[in-house]
Design a protein around this ligand. Structure first.
Ligand code: ADP
Ligand code: AMP
Length: 217
């Protein structure tokens, strides 16, 4: 299946992507993770992206589209993929559509996870991520067994540099201005599956399964 996960920062895309990835065995492609990895390694792409990410702004389309196209031609994407955090602008969505159609392919569904703004603020400022494996936790809603340590690999949990209150607020504004128009874009194309992301984590994955015609009990 070729899927896109849409929704504001903090909606739970990364959290649900890990679940979907296990159930459908398709690669989870997060542009945010790819940029953070590039920043960690100090590559030219990382240096270019860092200034935008720190400011809560979007990395320019041409950089992001090129990065995703390079990833999608990898052999593991032949039978499908799960895009998380891409597309984020209409120009990115159009580039994805035309790239897929040039290969005789199309998206199967766009899963739109919606959560009210107040809850997003709380989720993002309470988010903690493993600096080793990238697993995501929440100090209140999804705490690790040992405070500050990753359940999966035991490494330290850290707060993302862009999860501070000021940057979070900017990112939510950027989402409303530049990414929210994609909801209509995909609705008009008959691809949109709307999911209530304010439910607890296990309920959200069940709702996504139902939207895709699967029973994930
Ligand atoms: P996104 O990838 O959309 O930015 P994340 O998956 O990183 O969002 O989730 C943001 C934060 O909210 C994380 O701390 C995560 O543990 C928490 N979270 C995710 N889904 C839920 C949920 N359904 N209820 C409460 N907290 C959640
Ligand atoms: P995320 O991990 O999805 O929250 O993304 C973190 C940051 O990476 C965003 O705030 C943007 O600065 C950048 N980013 C991720 N995906 C994209 C994209 N598709 N287009 C532009 N910038 C992106």
């Amino acid at each position: 299946m070729r899927l896109v996960l849409l929704g504001p920062p903090g909606a739970g895309k990364g959290t649900q992507a890990r679940e979907i990835n296990q159930r459908l065995a398709i690669p989870h492609i997060s542009t945010g993770d790819m940029f953070r990895e590039a920043i960690k390694r100090g590559t030219p792409l990382g240096r270019q992206a860092e200034v935008y990410i720190k400011g809560g702004r979007l990395v320019p389309d041409e950089v992001t589209i090129g990065l995703v196209q390079e990833r999608l031609v990898q052999p593991d994407c032949r039978n499908g993929f799960l895009l998380d955090g891409f597309p984020r602008t209409v120009a990115q969505a159009e580039a994805l559509d035309s790239w897929l159609s040039s290969r005789g392919e199309r998206l199967d569904a766009v899963i739109d996870i919606e959560v009210p703004r107040d809850a997003l603020l709380e989720r993002l400022t309470g988010r903690r991520v493993c600096r080793q494996c990238g697993a995501t936790y929440h100090v209140r809603y999804n705490p690790p067994a040992v405070p500050g340590k990753c359940d999966a690999c035991g490494q330290d949990l850290v707060q993302r540099a862009d999860d501070t209150e000021a940057t979070v607020s900017k990112r939510l504004d950027v989402y409303n201005e530049q990414t929210a128009p994609l909801v209509n874009y995909y609705r008009q194309r008959g691809l949109l599956k709307e999911i209530d992301g304010s439910q607890a984590i296990p309920e959200v994955i069940l709702a996504i399964g139902r939207a895709l015609g699967r029973d994930w009990q």
